[in-house]
Design a protein around this ligand. Structure first.
Ligand code: SOE
Length: 390
């Protein structure tokens, strides 16, 4: 007999792992009982502060811990593949940070393994889980804006603006074949496909390195979003993209354009999505994440604010604060976790889940879109996304 509380382990308790730990404490029926990190001092400190029963320095000990049912993989990107695979092979459920792996060959293996093992998988495409994003997806499904014909947007940041800014994300060893299109492009593509309900079919992309030489610190202490300039650095060539753009053809015949870059001064985490239909338009920007703009031709435009009362019945449970109280990034992650754990509970109770959270197939599909973009950028031609049937 399975206990009512899911015992959870987290591998990797750096920046994002700590967010998982904090936000899991808000998810009903879930208890983080073990953490693992190769930086054992960090793990011990976090374990003490959060009252975690077991702290491991070797992740394999956590994977082999028979008390644990679900593992969150918050390791650096270059470990995602092997950790995700090990966890599924151990029979546990797995929630992974993005990207799923460093390339589509690896991510395909993970999606196949999940299917063979019946693993409940999840991946952190959290932007889907802002309440008005769920509402936008519902409104499109219900036909409110007519047929979607055009999808526009961007995802811009500025923390790599100067040649003295450096990140491990610029190193193919840790990031694979792309930096910004993989990191930010995957979020945007997941978001617009979720909202429109249509997959990206073909892309015509250009990936570019705006800053081809950077000062790389000799120590390992630079962090994403940091403004620290190292005093001891050396100049290196940068091969991966810090800018990317694509024209897009969707399966429903809509067309789109998307731009992403980490060198746009003043844009910290600016995700922009505009969806144009034959009747109305919808638009959303992460800097005003509680608001959905509704564009109309013959009436005044509207701004719909997230609300547990005014959203459709099927989406209002994602708006967990009283109307007028804005929710945020951490709340979106909690919404995603809740759907993920609902899927696990449904599995344990023996019924098919209605949860529509992003899983390893969604993660693999993002890798396939990225590979199409890389191919298109290299060849200068429209390139089809080669989806697999699972
Ligand atoms: C850095 O670009 C980053 O932390 C991404 O890796 C995350 O996925 C995104 O949510 C915020 O920005």
């Amino acid at each position: 007999m399975k206990p009512d509380i899911f015992k959870v382990g987290i591998i990797g308790v750096g920046y994002i792992g700590k967010i998982h730990l904090e936000e899991l404490s808000r998810v009903e029926g879930v208890e983080v009982t073990a953490i693992a990190d190769s930086d054992i001092e960090l793990a011990k400190k976090i374990g003490k502060n959060f009252g975690i029963k077991k702290v491991y320095s070797n992740r394999k000990e956590l994977v082999n811990d028979s008390d644990i049912e679900v593992i969150h993989n918050c390791t650096p990107n270059n470990f995602h593949f092997e950790v995700n695979k090990e966890v599924m092979e151990s029979g546990k459920e797995i929630f992974s940070e993005k990207p799923l792996a460093l390339n589509a060959d690896e991510s395909r293996i993970l999606a196949e393994t999940a299917r063979e093992k019946g693993t409940i998988t999840g991946i952190n495409f959290c932007y889907r889980y802002y309440p008005v994003i769920q509402e936008a997806a519902y409104r499109i499904r219900s036909g409110e804006i007519g047929d979607v014909h055009t999808v526009l947007g961007h995802y811009l940041q500025d923390w790599l603006l100067y040649s003295t800014d450096y990140s491990w994300r610029l190193d193919p060893k840790f990031s694979g074949r792309s930096n910004v299109m993989g990191d930010l492009g995957s979020h945007w593509c997941d978001l617009v496909q979720f909202i429109t309900g249509s997959r990206i079919k073909e892309v015509m992309a250009e990936l570019r390195t705006v800053i081809p030489k950077r000062q790389k610190p000799r120590d390992r202490s630079t962090l994403t979003f940091s403004d620290r300039v190292s005093e001891d650095s050396r100049k290196i060539d940068i091969k991966l993209d810090d800018y990317g753009a694509m024209m897009i053809r969707f399966e429903n015949n809509a067309r789109g354009t998307f731009t992403t870059a980490q060198v746009c001064a003043g844009r910290k985490c600016n995700i922009d999505v505009q969806i144009y239909g034959t009747e109305k338009s919808l638009a959303w920007n992460h800097e005003r994440a509680s608001e959905l703009w509704i564009g109309k031709r013959n009436e005044a435009n509207e701004i719909f604010f997230e609300s547990p009362l005014l959203q459709n019945e099927s989406t209002r449970h994602y708006a967990t604060l009283p109307s007028g109280h804005p929710m945020g990034y951490r709340d979106a992650i909690v919404n995603l976790f809740r759907d993920y754990y609902k899927a696990i509970r449904d599995k344990r109770e023996g019924h098919k889940t209605a949860s529509n959270h992003p899983d390893f197939i969604a993660g693999h599909n993002e890798m396939l879109i990225l590979e199409a973009a890389l191919e298109s950028s290299k060849q200068g031609v429209w390139t089809e996304v080669r989806y697999n049937d699972f």
